[in-house]
Design a protein around this ligand. Structure first.
Ligand SMILES: Cc1ncc(COP(=O)(O)O)c(C=O)c1O
Length: 446
């Protein structure tokens, strides 16, 4: 088998003149937080990006099939996004909500226009963790209840409040953080009790939420929160009808329903703009980050005027939330997704990759499951299809081999046993074929 070649791309990266990767690694070890981690045995240093590609300091090009951890939605350094950010940086870099500024107001109108139902009031923050933190506060103030239901295998952030929602030991410190949070069974059709062959799986998994409401809470809760497709947990797609049944149970207990769209929003699922729409529900609160800004620190919470009104009981302030540069960039992202038909592209290319992954599953026993929607895809690697023992080391090795061939992928799941595919939504068919060829080669090389 010959080494797959990256599709041609007409772009010359600049000559890198900064410190070497070894020097950067040394600086990281000496001056940075020891909890940060690196993906590869020989760490890769990325110094430039253009659309779906990134370059290391030696000018080697890679297809970024992880999209900067599901953050680069429309393409690295997309010219239009760069241009609006540059222009706004030259005009006014900072202002807050104590003064009027057109960007935040116009951006809020445009973002609200993307939302269904009564979801019309926007709050801007700087990250996904902050968005979920604020959503929880909102739900607690609005309902007067405290308890929250989240899902096992969820990732909602790493600050004090959201660490309590996150449900992977990997990300939880041994300090009090989950007071009032109850984690329901993850509706995982691959590993869970009810599989894809069970048409009632959604309803059956949802019954666990009802169980928690009855047995773990006073019967009254503030909220239910879930990623519309679990990302960090390894691209877990819930069975049809799951959220519909859960929302009924939770609303019956006085709670609000929060959709975490940090990874699944902005057209990535292909069929819909928001991940929750794939489940046919309308949440009360939606949280966003990552792809919303194509790489700038921007997050948002969108809710109904009625729920928002309760937060009007106190003043609300966030220094950088709604920053004019971030808002300019957010607006450009919305426009580019629309104009370049990136949601449609996510569906087309995503389906092409999905079909290829299913073919690879027939060839490689290591692939236990293939799943996902649009350009949010995953394959779970198992040592044995019967026992489903997670193939952690094999997953790490496949990522290493793919990197050597110019393909960057992601990992997910508690045991880092799931390979994740979430490239910028501007990828094309040639990229998809390259990805599949490289993956086939890496799996064959094991
Ligand atoms: C679904 C989801 N929610 C929230 C977060 C937290 O976002 P941030 O890292 O911007 O705080 C993440 C981060 O990976 C995420 O994937």
């Amino acid at each position: 088998m010959k080494t797959p070649k990256l599709p041609p791309f007409d772009y010359q990266p600049k000559k890198y003149r900064g410190p070497s990767a070894d020097e950067v690694l040394r600086l990281r070890k000496e001056f940075l937080n020891p909890g940060i981690f690196l993906y590869y045995k020989k760490p890769i240093m990325l110094v430039e990006g253009k659309m779906q590609y990134v370059w290391d300091e030696h000018g080697h090009r890679y297809l970024d099939a992880l999209g900067g951890i599901v953050t680069v939605s429309v393409g690295h350094c997309h010219p239009e996004v760069v241009d609006v950010a540059r222009k706004q940086n030259e005009m006014l870099q900072h202002s807050t909500t104590i003064y009027l500024h057109p960007n935040i107001a116009e951006y809020a109108r445009e973002l609200a226009a993307k939302m269904p139902g009564e979801l019309k009031v926007c709050y801007f923050v700087n990250s996904g963790s902050e968005a979920n933190d604020l959503a929880l506060l909102m739900a607690r103030v609005y309902t007067g209840n405290y308890d929250v239901i989240a899902l096992r295998n969820a990732y909602h952030g790493g600050n004090a409040v959201t660490m309590g929602l996150t449900a992977h030991r990997t990300w939880k410190f041994n300090v009090p953080h989950s007071f009032g949070v109850h984690h329901a069974i993850v509706p995982d059709p691959y590993r869970g009790l009810w599989g894809r062959d069970d048409v009632d799986a959604g309803k059956k998994y949802a019954a666990d939420v009802k169980n928690l409401l009855d047995f773990a809470t006073s019967g009254e809760v503030a909220a239910f929160i879930a990623e519309s497709i679990q990302g960090v947990g390894g691209c877990v797609v819930f069975p049809d009808g799951y959220l519909k049944h859960v929302y009924e149970h939770v609303r019956g207990a006085g709670g609000l329903c929060i959709a975490d769209e940090v990874q699944s929003g902005f057209g990535r699922t292909g069929t819909h703009y928001w991940g929750f729409e794939t489940q046919g529900v309308i949440p009360d609160i939606v949280t966003m980050a990552k792809g919303i800004g194509n790489g700038c620190p921007l997050g948002a919470v969108v809710t109904t005027p009625k729920i928002a009104a309760t937060l009007g009981q106190r003043t609300h302030f966030n220094t950088f939330g709604g920053n004019p540069v971030a808002c300019a960039q957010g607006r450009a992202v919305l426009e580019v997704i629309e104009r370049e038909k990136l949601q449609e592209n996510a569906l087309k290319i995503g389906n092409h990759i999905l079909a290829g992954l299913n073919r690879l599953k027939e060839k490689h026993n290591l692939i236990g499951d293939v799943r996902g929607k649009g350009l949010m895809l995953g394959i779970e690697l198992v040592k044995d299809r019967q026992s489903k023992e997670p193939a952690r080391e094999e997953c790490a090795q496949v990522l290493e081999t793919c990197k050597e061939m110019g393909l960057l992928l992601g990992k997910g799941g508690l045991h880092a046993q799931t390979i994740r595919f979430s490239p910028p939504m501007c990828v094309n068919k040639q990229d998809a074929d390259f990805l599949l060829e490289v993956l086939d080669r890496a799996l064959s090389d094991l």
